[in-house]
Design a protein around this ligand. Structure first.
Ligand SMILES: Nc1ncnc2c1ncn2[C@@H]1O[C@H](COP(=O)(O)OP(=O)(O)OP(=O)(O)O)[C@@H](O)[C@H]1O
Length: 326
């Protein structure tokens, strides 16, 4: 069942135009009313998301990911196109709509800066009309899962960026939304907190069928958690499909070999390889040649360990974006 439909959505922003005026009067006029030029930040974007999907929204800096999330959450209004999310227009039916979604934007905090986190949580619980017992049960549950117990009495201004991000996530989930939008949720988190948060989101997705749409530059997270990837470039969607499919755009594999002593130079001749450290080789081999490379190198007597893997998602996306631009 599709719960999100966006059809031919467009959004224009304005940016300062280069000043071409050379006369003094013209320059002064330019200071008071600087010339602007418009650019399409979201360009004819169509997207359909089914209940229970875990979608990664990817793309280079400035490609329009955050803006698209703002349109989908109703923070911004599209200039044209149609949007229907959970049966609502995100802007026109904002009140009913926000009861059903959760949203985390790094730059736009849900929490009050000087107020203890627990009080912000209680306020949100009241806005979402949770009963007292529901509220304390959910605050406790989320605090346990995200490791927030010792931070509840601190205001955001006294927390680190990563701690604040976890509190933001908890605040956005208090009302158990069916759909969550997250803008780079793991950007400030240490590796342990990152994995905890991602596993927590996966648990929500798998066990409660919560639909998740997340922007990220962390390709390891996207590879591991998002079955579907949507890649944006200059405001347009240039890829929408299975994340694993993206890997097939790269036609090579990585063979890693650890040895007890150095491999014979002659054996490695003709291969594109890197000596990661003593007795640790990383060899790039085309998909067609992978079997042959493996049989030639892996069965040498000094070989201690061998692994073969696809290229990283970073490589695959780089390859995909380069081929699209060419
Ligand atoms: N309020 C605004 N007014 C004018 N331009 C804006 C505004 N907000 C964003 N932009 C511009 O719109 C473009 C897209 O920005 P957006 O934040 O959506 O990109 P992004 O893909 O999320 O980037 P990043 O990965 O760096 O977070 C950028 O060129 C940005 O400078």
């Amino acid at each position: 069942m599709e719960i999100l439909q966006a059809k031919s959505v467009n959004k224009v922003f304005y940016r300062p135009a280069p000043v071409e005026e050379h006369s003094v009067v013209g320059k002064i006029r330019g200071w008071f009313s600087p010339p602007k030029q418009q650019f399409k930040v979201i360009d004819d974007v169509s997207l359909a998301v089914k209940k229970g999907e875990f979608v990664g929204l990817l793309g280079t800096n400035g490609s329009g990911k955050t803006t698209l999330l703002k349109l989908l959450t109703g923070i911004l209004q599209a200039d044209s196109g149609q949007l229907n999310v959970l049966g609502h227009h995100p802007v026109k039916e904002r009140k009913a709509y926000t009861q059903k979604i959760g949203a985390v934007f790094g730059q736009k905090s849900l929490l009050w800066w000087n107020v203890a986190i627990i009080e912000s949580f209680q306020l949100y619980a009241a806005i979402y009309k949770l009963s007292r017992s529901e509220a304390s049960q959910r605050i406790e549950e989320l605090s346990n899962l995200l490791g927030l117990e010792s931070l509840l009495t601190s205001p955001p201004k006294k927390l680190s960026l990563g701690q604040r991000m976890k509190a933001e996530v908890a605040a956005s989930l208090l009302h158990r939304p069916e759909l969550i939008f997250l803008d780079e949720p793991t950007i400030a988190l240490d590796p342990v907190s990152r994995l905890n948060l991602m596993n927590f989101l996966l648990q929500l997705n798998r066990e409660h069928g919560t639909t998740i749409i997340m922007t990220s530059h962390n390709m390891a997270d996207v590879h591991h958690y998002c079955q579907r990837s949507v890649i944006m470039n200059a405001g347009r969607v240039i890829y929408d499909g299975r994340t694993s499919e993206l890997l097939s755009y790269e036609h090579f594999k990585i063979l890693e070999i650890k040895t007890l002593s150095a491999l014979d130079e002659q054996l490695l001749a003709g291969f594109e390889y890197e000596l990661v450290e003593d007795n640790y080789y990383r060899i790039k081999t085309s998909n067609d040649q992978a079997k042959e490379t493996l049989s030639r190198l892996a069965f040498q007597p000094q070989v201690a360990d061998v692994s073969i893997s696809p290229p990283s998602l970073d490589h695959a996306i780089h390859h995909f974006m380069t081929s699209v631009r060419e």
